[in-house]
Design a protein around this ligand. Sequence first.
Ligand SMILES: NC(=O)c1ccc[n+]([C@@H]2O[C@H](COP(=O)([O-])OP(=O)(O)OC[C@H]3O[C@@H](n4cnc5c(N)ncnc54)[C@H](OP(=O)(O)O)[C@@H]3O)[C@@H](O)[C@H]2O)c1
Length: 341
Amino acid sequence: MSQARNRRIVLASRPTGAPVPDNFRLEEEPLPEPADGQFRLRNLYLSLDPYMRGRMSDAASYAAPNPLDDVMGGATVARVEASRNADFQDGALVLAFGGWQDYALSDGRGVMALDPELAHPSHALSLLGMPGFTAWHGLLKIGAPKAGETVVVAAATGAVGSVVGQIARIRGARAVGIAGGQDKCRFAMEELGFDACVDHRSPDFPAALEQATQEGIDVYFENVGGAVFDAVFPRLNDHARIPLCGLIANYNRTAEPSGPDRLAPVMAGLLVKRILVQGFIIADHYGPDHEEFLRDMTGWLREGRMTIREDIVDGLENAPEAFIGLLEGRNFGKLVIRINA
Ligand SMILES: NC(=O)c1ccc[n+]([C@@H]2O[C@H](COP(=O)([O-])OP(=O)(O)OC[C@H]3O[C@@H](n4cnc5c(N)ncnc54)[C@H](OP(=O)(O)O)[C@@H]3O)[C@@H](O)[C@H]2O)c1
């Protein structure tokens, strides 16, 4: 009998406002043994993503809530072991929904084989994974930037935003990032190739954004909402496009913001400027679009045209604190937990 145990982090309670460590519980259980048709996943890397905040809540949404006392869901890069499924051999490297734990059982559904030679397996959770596809789809299929246009994206050094800016540049557009702090802005310009980057924490943020977008904004890739949206909205040009990807500034909110109702002026602005706003959930778009994305992204990687900064945190036990930090902008790059790699 193996002495190995499975550590898993379960949802202990649902947060009110910002998640706290007590919303999570670390448990141990015997190593799960595969039944016929199953295999065991040994998770190597766990992706932490903002959508997980929504799953911690039981408010109605596009996806079912994470059940209480169940392991927190999440995408992982994993190795197959103890396989009793002919389609997955021991040792294979896969992308799976293995969750916040050391090991998981799978029958192969939703599991994707990865190139065993992948130089950076964690890229399957970033550039080559869901965040990269989100950036590609939202920018190219909804934003559709033309050469010379101005594309603005917030959370510009993060998993999605960093890819949006780089694709915008590849398409000949001007990329303007918005990020939290000077270090992130410097990285956006010097390493990711953004033409400009503005710190949303700076007191002169609206003026700095105006300065950086003197010809207005043609595509605003919306990741954030809140005060960032307020500063961007007056800068939008006629016929601007807004791929509505995320509203992370709202995820921990417990009440509607105070102040006058801004719906009427926002709707009037959308009408008068003939602006397109299109919300999208990337899970709806796997299929032919995903194959096109993989062709584009592997090509750009091969040509050395894509950079990603990964914020890798060691140890499953550190996942709750890292996730709490993601919702406050403490991560610098795509947040990944290294478990058994
Ligand atoms: N629609 C979809 O299918 C889909 C798929 C993937 C992701 N998303 C959305 O895309 C957005 C980015 O996700 P990601 O995975 O790429 O995360 P990320 O950018 O790697 O990390 C989150 C970043 O959001 C920024 N942030 C956090 N709280 C903020 C606040 N109150 N105001 C302004 N900025 C704040 C921080 O960056 P700064 O420090 O730079 O501000 C933080 O580092 C999220 O809204 C997410 O929900 C949507």
